[in-house]
Design a protein around this ligand. Structure first.
Ligand code: PLP
Length: 399
């Protein structure tokens, strides 16, 4: 017998949270570290949302448990918001309110996957997906994409990865870590493919409002309504309303899946903090003015950082179309020496950048694709320029 179970013992620490924690610790120790690690907007939560939470704190009515599945009025508002933002019609009974998008994903995977069931996972993937799939007993099946296809998976690739054990596809657009956005035609084609193959889709829409230029967000079950019976939408307030710390997300899907996931949650964590749910209610019931302002800032930062990084010898940085990440290839830098240290992998390069330039970035190893770095541009403009310039100056010394 071993002390820690195989299931939990094999889970890796979240690399993105680890990088962020290291950067914050160095900062607390007085180092001028600039952190591109965490996917966290630098804006405060909008006032009207905070005000709703303060009011809820003062009213004993909100000091109690809510139903495990969430406040009925919040579930109703999520159904209304889903129709408004993505044209997808659902009822409140198809919603489960969770502790952030992370728990939404785990609940969805746990409700759908039996041991050995395969989940198709296009890479680069967000670091939590494979661990969450494994935790639920499933087997992640990586499908590699790269910058030459704009980090977008093709139907041919999906087809090649399909086996009799395939239960579901994980789909995310806009994507973390690449910022890729699938066109509505591509979203529909993938949805129709899943429908034809009889597999489920877990589609993560948490960055739905963060698209730039001509890119357009599209919701798969809206474009392929017949897929609704085998589709689970994951979403949350963290990225849209700068509410990462409030921990409110949800799944929207077929009633039987939502019921099963609610049963799981009723034993694992019960309801999300009541006050946070009231705050989320204010967020999803309000308009989208605040996110429009944040989007303008992110768009500016996206262009600034991509330009600085792409100009570095050995670095290729595509301009992302959504979310708030750039995902440059650093393959042209690997094998070179920087201030006496050999950068033989993107993990080592990230360590060198942290030590030598005091800039925190997440290596591509965390997303299933070594040879890349992920930088979140959800930080202030001045820090962003300073941090990117420090990286450019350091990598300029590579020999
Ligand atoms: N999905 C994606 C693609 C994300 O990038 C994140 C956060 O980084 C989440 C879900 C979960 O966010 P949260 O648990 O903070 O709601």
């Amino acid at each position: 017998q071993q002390r820690i179970s195989h299931r939990i013992g094999s889970i890796a620490e979240s690399a993105t949270l680890a990088v962020d924690a290291k950067a914050k610790a160095l900062k607390a120790a007085g180092r001028p570290v600039i952190g591109f690690g965490a996917g966290e907007p630098d804006f405060p939560t909008p006032d009207y949302i905070v005000a709703a939470a303060i009011e809820a704190c003062r009213d004993p009515k909100w000091h109690r448990y809510t139903p495990a599945g969430g406040l009925p009025e919040l579930k109703e508002a999520i159904a209304v918001k889903t129709l408004r933002d993505s044209g997808y019609q659902i009822s409140a009974s198809q919603v489960l309110v969770t502790n952030g998008g992370k728990q939404a994903l785990y609940n969805a995977f746990a409700a759908l996957l039996d041991p050995g069931d395969e989940a198709l996972l296009p890479a680069p993937y967000w670091t939590t997906y494979p661990e969450s799939i494994r935790l639920a007993g499933g087997v992640p099946v990586d499908i590699m994409t790269d910058e030459t296809s704009g980090y977008r998976v093709t139907i041919d690739q999906l087809e090649a990865a399909l086996t009799p054990r395939t239960k579901l596809l994980v789909f995310v657009s806009p994507s973390n870590p690449t910022g890729a956005v699938y066109s509505p035609a591509e979203v529909e084609a993938i949805g129709r493919w899943a429908l034809a193959k009889g597999i489920w889709v877990v589609t993560d829409e948490i960055y739905e409002h963060l698209v730039y230029g001509d890119a357009e967000f599209a919701s798969m079950p809206t474009l392929v309504p017949e897929l609704a019976e085998r589709c689970v939408v994951v979403n949350g307030v963290a990225k849209t309303y700068a509410m990462t710390g409030w921990r409110v997300g949800w799944i929207a899907g077929p009633a039987d899946v939502v019921k099963a996931a609610t049963n799981l949650q009723s034993h694992a964590t019960s309801n999300v903090a009541n006050v946070s749910q009231v705050a989320a209610l204010a967020a999803v019931s309000g308009d989208l003015t605040a996110v429009a302002e944040m989007r303008t800032a992110f768009d500016r930062r996206r262009q600034a950082i991509a330009e600085i990084l792409d100009a570095i010898d050995g670095v290729t940085c595509p301009l992302p179309e959504g979310a708030f990440y750039v995902y440059p290839s650093v393959k042209g830098v690997l094998g070179r020496t920087i201030r006496g240290r050999l950068a033989d992998s993107s993990a080592e390069l990230a360590a060198i950048i942290l030590d030598e330039a005091e800039v925190a970035v997440v290596p591509g190893e965390a997303f299933g694709t070594p040879g890349y770095l992920r930088l979140s541009y959800a930080l202030g403009d001045d820090d962003l320029r300073e941090g990117a310039t420090r990286i450019a100056n350091l990598l300029g010394q590579a020999q």
